[in-house]
Every structure is written in structure tokens, then in C-alpha cells.
Design a protein around this ligand. Sequence first.
Ligand code: NAG
Ligand code: NAG
Ligand code: NAG
Ligand code: NAG
Ligand code: NAG
Length: 498
Amino acid sequence: MLSYFLIVVGLLSTASCHSNHHHHAIALARSVVAAASSASSVSVASGQTPAAVANPTASLVGPSAPPLSGVNTATTSQLPDATLTATDPNIPPLSDLTSGLPSSVTPIFTFTAQLGAPGPFPGAPPLPTTTLDRSKYPSPTQNAPTDHPLMSEWLKELEGHQIPDIPPNTNNSECALNPEAARDASRCWWTCGGCTNPTDIVTCNDKDTWGLTFDDGPSPFTPTEENLNATFFAIAGNIYWFNEIAVEAYLQGHQLALHTWHHQYMTTLTTEEVVAEIGFARMMMKDVFGVTPSYWRPPYGDVDERVRAIALAMGMQTIIWTRNPSTLDQFDTNDWRIPAGQVTGPQAFQQFEAILTNASVLNTGFIVLEHDLYPQTVDFAVGYTLPTALASTNPTFTLKPVIECLHLPMSEAYNETRTQPLPQFVTSWHGEFINVAEIVTQSNSNLTTSSSGGDGDGSGSSSEGSSGSSSGSSPLSVSLSNVILAAVVSILAVALKS
Ligand SMILES: *[C@@H]1O[C@H](CO)[C@@H](O)[C@H](O)[C@H]1NC(C)=O
Ligand SMILES: *[C@@H]1O[C@H](CO)[C@@H](O)[C@H](O)[C@H]1NC(C)=O
Ligand SMILES: *[C@@H]1O[C@H](CO)[C@@H](O)[C@H](O)[C@H]1NC(C)=O
Ligand SMILES: *[C@@H]1O[C@H](CO)[C@@H](O)[C@H](O)[C@H]1NC(C)=O
Ligand SMILES: *[C@@H]1O[C@H](CO)[C@@H](O)[C@H](O)[C@H]1NC(C)=O
């Protein structure tokens, strides 16, 4: 795996050093600047009024599952013409954003973090003085293992916290397939009906303020160099490869938050598995940034009272995204369905317009889900959704990282620099609570038995990492090889064009 990585990095650096293609290499950075500075850069040929969209019964459907909320794909004739064109010539027309790779986006691989460089906000510690030691970590392409020696230490953090003993969901976390869990309101399973705990963050404080969030990076396409700052919910298994891109985003003034080790449905995992997914991700982020995020987003928004309580006990407050309070429709651009081949660019844009329209009926601001894992979703944001929001005059929108839309300074986003404690967890759960002492003891004895070979490091030994119950299924299930493949293919495309 490592040699595969080195070959790919070699390819990437060869490509980005090729002076002929320098203008391609900075295209993304420039286009983001264009998006942010020339707010009126999107021409909407068929009029600005967002079309009303039919609302399928979306309330019982997780973000991973069809049908599409707020997008009517049944009759394409109702959809707007594919006439949107970004003013930035490097971004393809909206209608060209499909699952086929656009050739315009070339990964930026120009940044090298300086060891020990100053941190990005007042009070931030300097960057770590050592390079990332990947050998300390398990495989980035598998679920975090539960048989690592650090596990018993992490499990101890749950001591003194009330962790609801909710059985893990089966059936891939879909509401319809987990009827008992969906019915049990005291589990407060967000996926089914949008239940939130008072400690969940799902909106911004001020009306017309958009908490800008990108999930699943870092990737070669992560738009780090913007005139806008965002919150990036980074998958640690991707930071493993693209740690320099993550550091660049952090230094530019973006908020970095946790999105687990390997992007599984958290409600389907055992408590030990959830702890491992957060534990390794947290450790890697501290290693790379020198600070530990205090916020996380459960992949797919899949969270219930057990998962929230575990996360909060480990120092992570939950941020999801906004839902329409009456329809429960999610403020999910569905951008990820473009590379998945499930919607076209114009269809995703129509969903986005519905979000902006609905945002105007909220008394609060809102948090929207977008992704920085794929070139199409980054083009979609940089070329279309961000300029559209910035161009809007009635209302005008303010775009910020979530921490700032909560009226908190960036320093509150990280454990080492925050001044306020995380909120106390109060739960609606009526059942039993987990006997933490028991699982700590069990974990210790499991370790004693399984580590008789003396492998104190646990590196790469993730043979029992996969939970089985939650594998596969989503177009978004993050496959690093896809990202690398995409990067290589787009580089080759650029090379072939010249
Ligand atoms: C927006 O609100 C309308 C009317 O309540 C609803 O039909 C539609 O599904 C909503 N869309 C989104 C994305 O919230
Ligand atoms: C899983 O789904 C099946 C239907 O496909 C259902 O019969 C079963 O009860 C579900 N299991 C749980 C634990 O909800
Ligand atoms: C983004 O954050 C950086 C670092 O704090 C800051 O200098 C910059 O002004 C911010 N950009 C915007 C648009 O707020
Ligand atoms: C957060 O920082 C405190 C010290 O301020 C430390 O005791 C605690 O272990 C840290 N928690 C995490 C999750 O890093
Ligand atoms: C210990 O091992 C048992 C049996 O394999 C397993 O069910 C349990 O989840 C493990 N506990 C921990 C804390 O790893």
C-alpha cells in the first residue's frame, strides 16, 4: 500500500511541477477567489426565481438512501435548463458536471507545511515539529481496529459519563429497516425524523447566515485557498494521505473538525468501534495540527443518544446540518449524487435553490452539507452554489465556518485553546446505561489475550476492524483509491491535452 502511495505521490508531484501546466494547477485557487470576489459571477439565464420543487416523502430516509429529498427526478422536463455557466472559464458549465470527470480541475500539490510554523489564530500553538509518523496508525482504508493498546485508555474516558445502552442498529442504518429503533423516540436517532439533543448544533445563530461545511476531505480538490472560510469535516483516513492539504486548510483560517477514521454509520457500530473511530481520528488530527477538534460530524448524520454521549465523553460536540422544521427535508445539496451519477448538475442546483428559499423562512441561520472529496462537488460549490449565495441581494447571505456562525472565536474550536467547557449531556433515553468499568476490564483482558505476540504498536493490524454490518452501500463510502484514481486520471487528462 505504501509503495502504491509513493508512486501516486510521485505522479502527482511530477504533474504539478510541470511548468506548462502551472496555470491548471492554480485554477482551483483562482476560481475560488473569483467566486468569492466577483459575487455576481453566475449568470442565470432562465431567471433567478428558484423553482418550487415537489417534495417526496423524505422524512424517513437517511442521507445515504434514495429517493432524493426535494429533487424531482421523475420527469426531467420539469427541471431548469442546463444554462448556468460560471464566469470562471476553468469551471465547466453546470450541465457538464456529471459522473464523468471534468478535466478542468487539477489537484494542487504545492503546499508543504513548515514544521513548527505559527498557528493560524490568536492563542493557537505552533504546528508540530515532527513529520507525520504513519506507522503509528492502522490502515486508513479499513475501520479503526478495536484491539489496539490505546483502546483501554480511550474507553476509560467514558467513565463517569452516562452512555445509553442502545443496541447498535442493524440493516445498514436505514429507518425502514430498523423499525424498532425508528419508533423509539428516546433513542433520538437523527436519521429517522431529525431528532436532536440540546447539545447538537444544527443551525447558525443569525438569520441568513450560512454555516459553510465540506465533508469527507482532505482530497487533492479541497478548496483551501479561498476568500471564504469554511468548516471541513475531515476523514482521518484521508488526512493520512493528504495531511499537507489539511494543514494548508487549517493555516488558511478554516475550521477543521472530526469526521471519524473511516466514515462508517456510527449507530451500527459497537461502543468499542465508535470509540476507535473517534480515537484514531482525534489522535491523527492532534499529530497533524497540534490541536484537537472539539467538534465532529457523524458520517451521514447518523447519530443517536449512545453515539452522541460517547462522542461528548471523548471531547466532541455534534454538528449536523439543518432540516426544514416542517418537512424535515435536509439542507443537503446532494452534490455527492453528481459524481455518483444519480443527479445532474442542474438537478443538484435546483435542490440548492430550494435550500436557499427555505432558509428564508427560518428564524435562525442554517448549515448546509457539501463535499470536497470529488472535483465535481468542488466545481459545483466554487462555480455555482457559493457565487449564487454571494450574489443574492434580497436576502444577503453571510457565509462562515460553523464555529464563527455560533459567535465563537476560532480558538473555541479546539480542546487545547478553548476557554468554555463542552456542554453537559442530558438525555431523553429511558433504558439502561452502559457499564463502562465492565467494558474497560473486558478490553484489557481482550488485549492481554490478543497481544501475546508483543505487537505493542498495533500498526496496520486491523483484521477485525470491519464491522460487517455497515460495510459498503453508499456512493460516498470513502474510498481512497477512488480519490487517487481521480487525481491520476485528471492529471493524465491534462497531460494528454497538451
Ligand atoms: C422547502 O420547503 C418546501 C415547502 O415547505 C418543501 O416542499 C421543500 O421540500 C423544501 N425543500 C428543502 C430542501 O428543504
Ligand atoms: C432488519 O430488516 C428486516 C427487514 O428487511 C426486518 O425484518 C428486521 O426486523 C430488521 N432488524 C432490525 C433489528 O430491525
Ligand atoms: C479566514 O481566516 C483567516 C485566518 O484567521 C483570516 O485572516 C481571513 O480574514 C479569514 N477570511 C475571511 C473571509 O474571513
Ligand atoms: C482537553 O484538554 C484538557 C486539558 O485542558 C485535557 O485534560 C483533556 O484530556 C483534553 N481532552 C482531549 C479530548 O484532548
Ligand atoms: C472483547 O472480546 C469479546 C469477544 O470477542 C467481544 O465481544 C467484546 O466486544 C470485546 N470487548 C472489547 C472492549 O474489546
